[in-house]
Structures are given as structure tokens and as C-alpha cells.
Ligand binder design. Sequence first.
Ligand code: ADP
Ligand code: MG
Length: 482
Amino acid sequence: MAQILKGETGDWEIVIGMEVHAQITANSKLFSGASTDFGGAPNTHVSLVDAAMPGMLPVLNEMCVEQAVRTGLGLNAQINLHSEFERKNYFYPDLPQGYQISQYLHPIVGKGEIEIDLPDGSVKKIGITRLHLEQDAGKSIHDQHPTKSYVDLNRSGCALMEIVSEPDIRDADEACAYLAKLRMILRYLGTCDGNMEEGSMRADVNVSVRRPGAALGTRCEIKNVNSLKAVQMAIDYEARRQIEIIEGNGAIVQETRLWDPAKGETRSMRSKEDAHDYRYFPDPDLLPLELKHDWVGQIKETLPELPDQKKHRFMLSYGLSAYDSSVLIAEKVRADYYETVAQGCDAKLAANWVINELLGILNKDGKAITESPIGAANLGQLIARISDSTISGKIAKDVFAEMYATGQTADSIIEGKGLKQVTDTGAIEKIVDEVIAENPDNVAAYKSGKDKLFGFFVGQVMKKSQGKANPDMVNDLLKKKL
Ligand code: ADP
Ligand code: MG
């Protein structure tokens, strides 16, 4: 359920639309052969084109176009076989061309739709308005000299996809779910690494408020929201700010605002009145981009199984809940790991172990699943030993801890430590007899109706067997003898 905010004068609904810039995974830039590697020394990945030397001409990188098409297909969107590059003109020190090559009236991808997963387990569809290709700018550096600024052009000319959503998002939770889902899809597709810290994925958040059911209100666009936490806080802050203004009989001015993470507030950057006039016009250096239907078809055939498809398959073929499935498919490597585990054992038990035990401890240690000391097949072996009654679930947890610490296989630990469950009736019977003989008072109390004492006897037998007696057999034998 979308969050309704209570104001002084009644209920308010938040309306949100997102513009996400995603850096395309490609070896070279959108219009030059320079490297796209992150973190190189300043100005080491800059071709003459990226530095906008006079007379340099852009040459479109086919790989970037393919990535944009692949992404469009993954967003269930219309692929426009005809698109155009335009110049978006503005002056900024980190933009040596004096304009950004972008797409405006004719983007490469049109309308689409994705499903987001909400915290209460429900799903909601969010419309995609468009996706267009554009160049990234360089970076101004202001903190290295008291009176000078420096410019690093390594990022200049890297390919971005700007993905614009419809104003279908209704609160901060939905906004985070949207970003999380978008990131997941991009990572599955291999078109963007989704790394928000390194700036490979950056979100501008448009926020307005209205009375439920009323027409859309005036929006403000918030920039510089670089983490899910910032998205959450910026939306909550901005919605309350707007409600207070409207309830105080003021009006919202459409403007661009900046999120200040240190102060926890948004503040005005520029109003729409003095917004840039970008003087868009078709770039005379670039022909319109014409794609072949067959070429798009070929890309479509190579699309991997996407998160939602995988989630539904996990629910159907492994009998998992929607929640467990969505945890497991959150990363492709995690889903692959799970499927290897589940090959050798009970699928539901495998899901429990991966989610509760493995992800639990990896999370605690800050490790990725690719760094797990326990390989997937090995975890499958451990779970199979529970199912075939070689060990109890309780002992399995000890074996798991040992596997995690040493990297040894389940079988070698079970063998080496003599942990095999005792299923020999005679051996268990002997222990049961001993426990009964040693506790005459409790036996008498149990027989006179103190049913709760049954657990005490089970505990004693398990203790004497060092946890190795088969619990079902212990129960049966105790019932019989008592
Ligand atoms: P611009 O080009 O000025 O940024 P767009 O039409 O491209 O304007 O819209 C940008 C984003 O703003 C889109 O994600 C859209 O969904 C969102 N948006 C539009 N109207 C509203 C509104 N009233 N409230 C919240 N978001 C909105
Ligand atoms: Mg915009």
C-alpha cells in the first residue's frame, strides 16, 4: 500500500517519477575508442574526440547501441528502429565540446514497463517512458588546490542510458523497489554494473504531492541522490516540505533541487524560469540511427532469463514461496549458486539453508557469495546428509560452521569427527534404559501425569548420545518404555 501522508488539512498522496542515468558496460566510449575503465589516473582515458579537439568527429560505438537495445528489450519496451542524436548545448568546464550529444525527440527506446516487488510481497507495474543514449560529462575537482579547480576528462564521452519512468511511483518504498529492480535487470542483462557508489547508476527524483484522486501537482526534481537511503530520505523530506507550503496557502515552484546528505534536506538549485535553454538540434556530424528489424531480433534471442521469469520458475519448479524466490534471484550468481545446491538435495531445504545459514553468515562477514568458503555442491552434500538421516539438522549446523571455517567437505567432517547419527535401535535403547534407571523420581512424576517431563527425557538421551541419536527413534522408544 502506498503511503498516504497526513497533513493539517487532510490526506496527501506522493507522486514520483524517476530519471536514472546508467553507464553502459562497454570497453570504449560512445563516440571514441578511449577506455571506460573506472579509477585511472586523471586524464589518461581521453581521446582527441573526448577532449573536443577542433575537427574531431564522433564515430558511433555499435556495442553501446546493442547494449541500449538489449536494455530496452529487458524493460519490455518498444525499440525504435529510427532514432536521432541531437546536441544539447550548455557551458560547463567539464564539457569541452560545449554541448552533450544526446537523444531528444527520437530516442532509441520508447514505452515499456517493469514489475517492482514491494515489502509486503505484492507486485506493482511501473511504466517506462523512454530510454535514450547520451554522452557523460567529465568531472570538475575543486578540493585539490586552494584557488584552482581541475578537470578530469576520463568520464567524458562514456555512454549513458537515461531511463525515464512514468509518474507511477507513490512513495519512498516504491521508489527504492523501482531502483532495486531496475539495477537487478541491468545487471542480469550485463548492460550496466549498477554500482551506485562509483556513480555507474545515478538517479534524479521528481516529486509532487496531491489530494488522492486529484490531478498531478507541480513537481520538483531532486538531483544528487546517490544511494537508496538518500532516495528514501529525500522523498520523505521533499513531500513534507511541499505539503507544508500548500497547506500554508503557498504554491510549489517547479524547480531543480539538490539533496544535501549532510543536512538531510533538499535546497533550491535553479528554478524553471532560469532553467537552461538547451537549443537542441540534430547533430550534423551523425546520421540518424537506423536499426534492422532482424538485428534487434537477434539480440532478443540472446537475452538471458530475467529476474521475474527466474522468480516464477523458482516458485513453480522448486515449490518456493514468492519471498524466498525473490531473495534467491536478487543476484544472478546467488540464483546460480542456489540451483547448484538444489541439484543434489531437497529444494526447499536448500532454500532455507542458503537464505538463513549461508547468506546470514556471509552478510555478517561482509562477503559476497562468490567468496563463500563453502562451494555450492558441498552445501548440497551437507543438506543431502540431513535428508538421508546421516546427521540431524542440529549437528548439520555444527558441520556447517566447520565447513565455513575450514573449507572441508561435509562428508569428510562427518566422517572425521564421527558425527554419523546413531540409528541402531539396540544402541539407542541402551541409552534410553540408562536414562530411565538414573531418574526414578522423574519417571514417577511423568507417570502420574506430568506430561511436560517427556522433553526432559528426550534431552537426557540426546545429551548422552552427544546429539547423535536419531530424534524420531528416541521419541518412539521413550514413549514405549515410559
Ligand atoms: P523534463 O524533461 O522537464 O525533465 P519530463 O517530462 O521528461 O520533464 O519528466 C521527467 C520526470 O518527471 C519523469 O520521470 C516523469 O515521470 C516525472 N514527472 C512528470 N510529472 C510529474 C509530477 N507531477 N510529479 C512527479 N513526477 C512527475
Ligand atoms: Mg528530464
